[in-house]
Structures are given as C-alpha cells and as structure tokens.
Design a protein around this ligand. Structure first.
Ligand code: NDP
Length: 453
C-alpha cells in the first residue's frame, strides 16, 4: 500500500479551500493547506468583506444627507479615507487570525508558500515536496487585465482596496458586479466618477427592469455613464490618466479601475504535470463530484468558473468533503442561487429574470411595485425601490424575485429559502405582511402587470 504525507492536500486557503480542509479534518482526515498570501482568499482579503466595509462607509453619506429631514441639523461631516482603509485593514487582519485559529484548531497543517502540482499525488511548495492521496485545487481567480495599450497604468479591484489616497476623479471600466459596486462607492465617497461600459446597460444577465432602475440610481448618485463603448487605450499625462474610447471620446481621471471580469488562477499551477485539463477560458474541468481529468485531483470554487460566489464555493466544499470522507455521495444543486449587488441602493435577486422566465415557461404573470420608501419621502433623497415577482401561471410557482432598494439583500435571503421550497403565489398571498416594511410588498402584490406572455 502506498503511503502519503496527507489524506488531503488543499491548494488555496480561500472560502472553498478552508471549508474543505476544516471539515475533512473533522472527519478524521490528515489535512494540509497551502497558501502563499493571507488566509481567507479573495472574499476576506480582496473581495466581499472589504467591499462591504467600503459599502457601509458609502451608505453613511446618504444617512448624513437624509438626516436633515428627520430633524438632525448637522451637515455631512468630512470623510477621511485613511481611517476607513486602516480600520478595514485591522478587521481583515482579525479575520485572518480567526481563519488561522479555525484551521489549526481543526488539526489542519498550514503550509506557507506557492504550490505547484508535480504529479497526480504530489505537490511542490517552494522546493519542498509533499504527497497526498487526494489533492484539492481551490486557488480562485484574479482580475482580468486585457492586453491593450496602456492598460498596465490602470488598477484592478486588488489595488482599489489599498489606495494611498482617494482620487478626485475616477474612471471605472466594466459593467458587472465589481464595476457597479466600486462606481457607487467612489461616487458616495465624493469621487467624481465615470463608468465606461461596452453594453447598453450594466449588469448583463440581471432582470431588465432591475438594470433600468440601477442605471437611474447610478445617475442619481452622480456617476457619469458612458455606455456602448470600449476603452481602446490608456495614456498618462502627468497625474492624469486618459482613456480613449471606441466612440472617439476620451475620459480622464487620476485613477482608472479595470473591472472587466476575473480569470481562473491556473497558469502557474503545473496542471499538465498531473494531467489536469483546462477549458478554453483556463478554468479547471471537473465532473459533478469536482473530480478533474486526473483521478486523485479535485477542484472547486472560482477556479472551476461555474458560479463565482463565496457561498457557492462553500457548498461545493461541503459536497466534496461529504462525498470523499463521509461516505455520503453529494452533488451541489446550482438551481435558484440568490445573489446581491451592493450598489446604492442595493440589489437582491433570486431565480429567473423576466426574459429567462418567458423563455422557459408558456405563460407567466409579473407583479411589480415601484415606490419611494417612507424613509426617503422624509429624507428627500432620490432613493427609489423597485420589486418584481415572476409567477409561472399554470403551477402558481414563484420562479423569480428581484428587488433594488434599501435592504434588498437582507430581504431576499429569506424569500430565496421560500422559492427553493417551491413557494406559490397563493402562499405569498396568504402570508401576513410585516407593517410598515418594504418587504411586505412581496406578500401584498395582487394585480399582475399587463403582459402579452
Ligand atoms: P462580471 O463578469 O460580473 O462583469 C464583467 C464586466 O466586464 C461585464 O460588464 C463585461 O461586459 C465587461 N467586460 C468583460 N470583458 C471586457 C472587455 N474585454 N472589455 C470591456 N468590458 C469587458 O465580473 P466582475 O469582475 O465584476 O466580477 C467577477 C465575479 O465576481 C462576478 O461575476 C461575481 O460572480 C463575483 N462578484 C460577486 C459580488 C457579489 O456577490 N456582490 C461582488 C463582486 C464580484 P458584458 O456584460 O458585455 O460581458
């Protein structure tokens, strides 16, 4: 019998890797995890958590602005970027420590360094070799930086979290989650912000009405939208960067943030030495049990590029560990994944967009509500809410729910559980609302929008 150093060796201590390592160790496996940066991966260090902290900071701007209507006399106080950045750094260092204690407490050995596959059961970390019965790749992804003239002058979200100073003017390139979230944060923190996107609207794939309302919100926030154009080149002129776009127009700022997607971290992993195949976008190919084209090597999380969200990576890790170490074969159900965009106001969404529902079902009913929340009739802020419910007519099942408005992500989490459980419109109708809230709109929508579907 071959003996290995470990039962499981995990490469990458992000959301998926840490969860897999800890839980496998809990099942009695001998586990090591290799990481060359801080523990916690993108979400903790360069993604969800610092972004949410910045997003809270941005929200305060509107709380201060709106407070006057409620009798608070003061003006918007001065904002100090270094305070926010340092407090964010301290919180992340605290979380790094928690991750370390969680792993050590579970008996996982932490190996510091950059790992490369050198065979189906072997990994090299900075010149030292380790063997394992199973290897799990959970190395995530990194921001995409297109190879175009001057694009090296721009930053990506990785650097945006550590800026020395906030620029006076910023240009954000892209129209996905990261572009929208950072444009909103910058604008709220007082940066003159321009967003350049190749599409006619931001957030492709989201419900069209949500996209429309988000576009209006960005405009109300003062974000200048330059749509239907690409950035072709970037040039430096002293302290200013200039982005030349495909329409011939240029936009300028002291900072240009590229937010044009993310790519899997597979180029220096040595995948070919273990026979691990990649798809044409560089993501690791896996089956439903996260097995790669090499029998002893598995992969999950952003590096497989299925659904690049932290909670999905965690589900994948749990399914992988239960299948491999607990004798309970488990696959991940990718249906009905809720998600949020921390714009201002934020978006919460679950299930099908209206266009997807029209495509999939014979007849649907659409219920919607657009209103100015009570808080903002008093605050005077132009923060509006929009909510939409999509129902499959013949089964009465709710197949999509979307909201842009205060607290949308918090509201949507509970409704996501209901949709997962197969909630019908009749059940929503029989649910008593909590008054006065915005969420109660979802259980009080009575008349479908006129629709030809
Ligand atoms: P997204 O895939 O969300 O968006 C990428 C954007 O860049 C799209 O608007 C896309 O346009 C545009 N784009 C892509 N390539 C080019 C190019 N060559 N030139 C110009 N524009 C381009 O990626 P993000 O980087 O924003 O985020 C990555 C992922 O991280 C998200 O998809 C999400 O899964 C996750 N994430 C989740 C968050 C959350 O849960 N709140 C927050 C941040 C990230 P087009 O639409 O036309 O393709």
């Amino acid at each position: 019998m071959t003996s290995f150093d470990y039962d499981l060796l995990v490469i990458g201590a992000g959301s998926g890797g840490v969860r897999a390592a800890r839980i496998a160790a809990g099942y009695g496996a001998k586990v090591a995890i290799v990481e060359y940066r801080e523990l916690g991966g993108t979400c903790v260090n360069l993604g969800c958590i610092p972004k949410k902290i910045f997003s809270y900071a941005a929200n305060f701007r509107y709380e201060f602005e709106g407070a006057k209507g409620f009798g608070w006399a003061s003006e918007v106080p001065a904002f100090a970027w270094p305070t926010l950045r340092e407090n964010k750094n301290a919180e992340i260092a605290r979380l790094n420590g928690i991750y370390e204690r969680l792993l050590s407490g579970a008996g996982v050995e932490i190996v510091q360094g950059r790992a490369q596959l050198i065979g189906p059961h072997a990994v090299e970390v900075d010149g030292k070799s380790f063997s394992a019965e199973r290897i799990l790749i959970a190395v995530g992804g990194r921001p995409n930086r297109p190879d175009q003239p001057g694009f090296d002058l721009a930053i990506t979200s990785d650097q945006a979290f550590h800026l020395e100073t906030l620029p006076k003017r910023a240009v954000v390139v892209g129209g996905g989650y990261i572009a929208v979230e950072f444009a909103g944060i910058f604008a709220a923190l007082g940066v003159d912000t321009t967003l350049v996107h190749r599409g006619a609207r931001v957030l492709r794939g989201f419900d069209e009405d949500i996209r429309t309302h988000l576009t209006e919100s960005l405009e109300h926030q003062g974000v200048k939208l330059h749509l239907n154009r690409t950035v072709d080149r970037i040039e430096r002129n002293g302290h200013t960067l200039r982005a030349d776009t495909s329409t011939g127009e240029s936009v300028e700022g002291e900072l240009i943030l590229l937010a044009v997607g993310r790519v899997p971290n597979t180029d220096t992993l040595g995948v070919d030495r273990a026979g691990v195949e990649l798809d044409d976008r560089g993501a690791i190919k896996v089956d439903e049990y996260f097995r790669t084209t090499c029998d002893s090597v598995y992969a999950l999380g952003d590096v497989i590029n299925r659904v690049t969200l932290t909670p999905v990576a965690i589900h994948e890790a749990m399914a992988f560990v239960r299948t491999q170490f607990a004798d309970t074969s488990q696959v991940v159900d990718y249906d009905v994944i809720p998600s949020a965009v921390f714009s201002h106001p934020p978006i919460g969404t679950v299930g099908l967009s209206e266009l997807q529902a029209v495509d999939k079902y014979d007849k649907i009913d659409v219920y919607e509500s657009a209103f100015r929340p009570l808080k903002h009739t008093i605050s005077g802020l132009e923060h509006r809410s929009y909510m939409k419910l999509i129902v499959h007519r013949s089964t009465d099942r709710v197949v999509g729910m979307h909201m842009i408005g205060d607290d949308a992500p918090e509201i949507m989490q509970g409704f996501a559980a209901a949709i997962k459980a197969g909630v019908t419109k009749a059940v929503l109708d029989s649910t008593i609302g909590i008054h006065p809230t915005a969420a109660e709109e979802f259980v009080t929508m009575r008349i479908p929008r006129a629709s030809d579907s």
